[in-house]
Design a protein around this ligand. Sequence first.
Ligand code: NAP
Ligand code: MG
Length: 515
Amino acid sequence: MVPEFVNEALTDFSHPEPRQAMQSALRAVHDEFAREWPLLIGGAHVTSGAWFESLNPCQKTQVVGRVARASQSHAETALDAAWASFPEWSRWQPAERARLLLKVAALMRARKHLLSATMVYEAGKTWGEADADTAEAIDFLEYYAREAVRLGGPHPLPRLAGEDNELMYVPLGVGIVIPPWNFPLAITCGMTAAALVTGNTVILKPASLTPVVAARMVELFREAGTPPGVLNFVPGSGGEIGDFLVGHPRTRFISFTGSREVGTHIYALAAQVQPGQRWLKRVVAEMGGKDAIIVDESADLEAAASGITTSAYGFQGQKCSAASRAIVLEPVYQDVLGRVARQAEALRVGPAEDPTTQVAAVIDQSQYDKVLSYVEVGQREGRLVVGGEPHGDEGWYIQPTVVADVPERGRLSQEEIFGPLLSFIRARDYPHALAIANGTEYGLTGGVYSRDRRHLEQARAEFQVGNLYFNRKITGAMVGAQPFGGFDMSGTDSKAGGPDYLLLFTQAKVVVERF
Ligand code: NAP
Ligand code: MG
């Protein structure tokens, strides 16, 4: 019997023992920077002759690993392998596939700090952020294992005289899993595990900025006994093999998390039926956000400022759930702005490997350029209050930035920036605040700080987001308790980590037998 699901505990690095364990994991990862990571196709490691490098955002010249780059012909071979293994894998009992996930979870728990340390170097995650990412990956494995058993169990239907009716959820076929770099273990693992545990076989194309941690995860699936061909690993350019796989007639479904731009492109490409294609492709696409926190005049202003600061600058603001807009009612606007500005200024910026760092570097040159270009936009549209400057040139560091008096219809309040830049927007009254909050094409997370019950109830009904939080930060949804996904241009609202998620990887079949 599998015990009830509980979330993986986070590590308390204030204790010497876990601190030392993490230090030695960082050394172990550092010692493997020269390692080369091959493709995995049909159970065999393959090198392509072409390589790309994964870099440390906090030290731009440091190569964290070299990863084989798959070509279109590798992608084609991976499709062959995945379809060849599908008939047998799809007939494994749900409990057997679930047990494999539990084994991967156990392996992950045993190598927890090694995985986290990889993300410290490869993604620029601080210790705490990296640890939370690994814990969430373990949660997805544990949670989907249990969900698969439930979904595989009997589904009672009303009785009809003389007939036996049965409903079952069967797998779809071969799916392409395309994760982003910002939760390079948790989201990669969650999407992969969900597709596999429901009986599908998978081609995983990791994000090109974070392939090493994905490669480590794939090794754990292999070590746990995933049969050859069931999980194939094909790092490579999104534009090249991503498009090829998404558009391929033998692709049955695509599970994507990433930007609105790429998500809408995949959605359109997958909708075109190709010669020889025998199904409508299923697309799950979870995309960006322009997430807002509203503060009204009844709120605990210090709690609000802390919640805004944590939500805006955790992992350098590179979370789909990050607060990028603070919408504050006129009477308390200056007060909250002042508190957030002071907190943002006090954040310690530095290399992710330093355990005291609170804000590290952004992921790459193009994100760095993009964020700084929005600082310029902010200086035109509003008033720069804090930050806005690079911080040293060893890595892609940008100081936590606050721009005040941003107009509700400007670029800063509409476009996803995905960095440590927070906009303050003034609201006349509470209905105006809600209208501003709902005034973007996105609808992922949102928050309200208020002690006014009517205001909270109004937001509960009218704030159009997939994940709404009252009187707390708007990041850090927990698997199981807080299923996650957004409305509108934030995507298909798949609610990862919730009871509806696995259905997306199945189709329901009904069998009726006349007795
Ligand atoms: P991205 O640029 O859209 O990339 C995501 C993935 O798509 C990567 O693996 C990328 O590969 C691949 N890709 C790129 N072009 C492709 C194409 N033409 N065909 C198929 N695949 C393609 O997103 P990102 O920069 O990695 O991640 C940040 C974004 O993800 C933000 O917008 C954030 O809000 C969003 N996000 C959303 C959620 C959510 O749950 N809603 C969670 C996390 C992140 P390459 O790396 O090779 O380009
Ligand atoms: Mg990108």
